[in-house]
Design a protein around this ligand. Structure first.
Ligand SMILES: Nc1ncnc2c1ncn2[C@@H]1O[C@H](COP(=O)(O)OP(=O)(O)OP(=O)(O)O)[C@@H](O)[C@H]1O
Length: 602
């Protein structure tokens, strides 16, 4: 056994609060029996340490793990580790994979990443790291995965020109400025939840003429020509300026309008619109503007989704709306209008009202109210770590109840033929009563065939759905189930664990429940609320029934509404007084998914 490494691990585990599942016996072989420890072939040193979800709590004791000089893989994800990034990790020169996601680390990232020359996977997401992204990351020439999402990182993104990089996620930070050219190849969701611009490459600056210029003597005629030419140009410029000033004067009062930030036009919203095409408003929308107003509105990009770019637009009359610029609309104008009329007529407190639309050859726009509090996704995942306001159980319950009611209502529309087709946490907002409210109804039917499940939507999409246009009520139920599991676990439908390993939330929940570690599935943020154990377990059972592999085994929406509404009523007054004990439920695994990885090695 590597004696020094064994001692280092011992010092670590004795100085940190941890779960009882770490069974490290001093008298047994560290290489053969210690949970989560992997040694080199010749057993001369510990090369991997995997302790995800091991209830590690507090700062990493200094001079413990940093003594594992041969360590290559360190996975301490999904714990409650706090404090700054451990500075002594700089001694772990052989690290190739560093996974500290889903903890409460805070403070700046280390300045000098060049010490970890072999690093290929780095996941520091879902912490409270702040400050800038260090440019020294570009010295990591083997880096393939970089995930810094859901932190408090700010400032500009340095030009991380790492050719080996294959996966990048910087979403939900406070980053600003332009996305460097070298990173624009990554999908836009990797940058969402920041204030970033995707600017085209700057035009190359003409190199100064290397040849020494010859001094040319100008003759008298040439000088006269230049003076006259200069005067004419001056007059033209003054005339143009006067015309511009006149044009900008408003009415009689002579006030010149302030220049506006016309992001729509900058982003390329076509000005070649057909004069005959007007924005059509739906009943009760209280909005009145035309395309010109929209073009003049100052707009911020909220994100780029499956259907196009979404903008938050502030109109001149101080109204704020959300405008989706749909790309790849495959249906013609008539079909578009028929479909959009169905969606636009929906009025339900749990379905976001479609306020207006615009259809022309070049542009297709849909307009919604702006939901200030953000989506269930941002409430759940943004800014994990210190300084975050946790999403309480009451709100999660209300999100699920509202979403269920909204989806159930959608399924009754158009003679029972309407489906949502894209239920996901980023499409659920909070209505004025704090209940879930479903947005983006029916958009998939307007689009061309969508590509096979991309990482961002795949986690919500029912296994039988190969093309988003072919969604069904049962596939909406599946997506709702994933949303429920996301609300319970605080984890995204697809996330990485151990860096290289992609985890499907549905499989993970199934495997944890099967292993009788049910309490481990719940979001640590929920553990602070007393007496909600039974409610969470009920919700878990609901979520798991929705994600059954076979569509016919899933419940229908009206039944689901009843079940989620009953969670509170049933448990009122009968809730246990204690916290969570393990195991609290031993549910037989539904025949839905194959087993996936669990958080702790057995
Ligand atoms: N009405 C709205 N009010 C506030 N934020 C919104 C609104 N509609 C969308 N957003 C936010 O804007 C961002 C981009 O939305 P968009 O719908 O384009 O993409 P998405 O939800 O990430 O994916 P998808 O296109 O598959 O729905 C998301 O963060 C979303 O939550």
């Amino acid at each position: 056994d590597p004696v020094d490494d064994k001692q280092a691990l011992f010092d670590f585990v004795h100085n940190i609060s941890h779960s009882t599942s770490i069974k490290w016996n001093e008298n047994s072989s560290v290489c053969k029996t210690w949970t989560g420890v992997v040694c080199s072939k010749d057993q001369s040193g510990v090369i991997e340490l995997h302790l995800p979800g091991a209830a590690l709590y507090g700062p990493i004791p200094p001079s413990t793990l940093s003594r594992l000089s041969a360590l290559q893989v360190l996975n301490l994800s999904s714990n409650t580790l706090t404090g700054p990034f451990p500075s002594d990790f700089s001694k772990l020169r052989n690290l190739s994979s560093l996974c500290l996601q889903y903890n409460n680390f805070s403070g700046p990232l280390p300045l000098d990443f060049s010490v970890w020359k072999n690093l290929t996977v780095m996941n520091l997401s879902n912490n409270a790291f702040s400050g800038n992204i260090p440019s020294s990351i570009s010295s990591l020439t083997h880096l393939t995965v970089l995930n810094l999402a859901n932190n408090w990182l700010s400032g500009e993104i340095p030009d991380l020109n790492v050719p080996s990089l294959q996966q990048l996620d910087l979403a939900n930070n406070n980053l600003s400025g332009n996305v460097p050219q070298s990173l624009q190849k990554f999908p836009s969701w990797a940058f969402s939840g920041n204030t970033l611009a995707f600017l085209p490459p700057a035009l190359p600056v003409q190199p100064p003429n290397s040849k020494p210029r010859k001094k040319v003597k100008l003759g008298k005629h040439a000088m006269l020509g230049i003076v006259i030419g200069g005067c004419v140009l001056g007059f033209v410029l003054i005339a143009v300026l006067m015309i511009i000033c006149r044009y900008n004067k408003k009415g009689e009062n002579g006030i010149v309008e302030k220049p506006k930030k016309e992001l729509f036009s900058k982003e390329g919203l076509s000005r070649k619109h057909d004069k005959n095409n007007r924005i059509s408003f739906f009943e009760g929308s209280n909005l009145a503007f035309d395309l010109e107003d929209l073009l003049r509105a100052s707009a911020d990009v909220l994100g780029k989704g499956t259907f196009g770019t979404t903008y938050k637009a502030a109109l001149e009359d101080a109204t704020t709306v959300v405008v989706k610029r749909l790309k790849e609309v495959s249906v013609g104008k008539k079909e578009f209008e028929q479909q959009i009329e169905i969606v636009g007529s929906i009025r339900h407190e749990n379905a976001a009202a479609l306020r207006a639309y615009y259809y022309s050859k070049d542009e297709k726009l849909v307009v919604y109210d702006y939901y200030e509090q953000g989506s269930a996704s941002s409430l759940l995942h943004a800014k994990r770590g210190e300084g975050r306001i946790p999403l309480d159980w009451e709100t999660r319950l209300k999100i699920a109840i509202g979403a269920a009611r909204g989806i159930a209502h959608i399924h009754t529309q158009n003679g029972g033929k309407l489906v949502h087709g894209n239920i996901k946490a980023s499409n659920i907002f909070l209505n004025s009563q704090g209940y879930g409210c479903v947005c983006d109804v029916g958009l998939p039917t307007l689009m061309g065939p969508m590509p096979p499940p991309a990482a961002r939507t795949g986690g919500y999409r029912a296994p039988e759905v190969k093309d988003t246009r072919k969604s069904s009520p049962a596939s909406d139920v599946y997506s709702f189930g994933v949303l429920v599991l996301e609300l319970l676990t605080g984890k995204s439908p697809i996330h990485t664990i151990g860096g290289e390993e992609v985890v499907h939330l549905v499989r993970w929940v199934n495997s944890v429940v099967r292993e009788e570690w049910t309490a481990e599935v719940f979001d640590v943020e929920l553990l602070r609320y007393p007496n909600i154990e039974e409610e969470m377990v009920e919700m878990l059972q609901i979520g798991m029934s929705c994600v059954a592999r076979m569509p016919e085994q899933r419940p229908n929406m009206p039944d689901l509404v009843k079940r989620v509404e009953e969670i509170r009523q049933v448990n009122t007054g009968t809730r246990p007084s204690s916290g969570i004990s393990t195991p609290i439920l031993n549910t037989p695994t539904p025949p839905s998914e194959t087993a996936g990885p669990s958080f702790l090695p057995q």
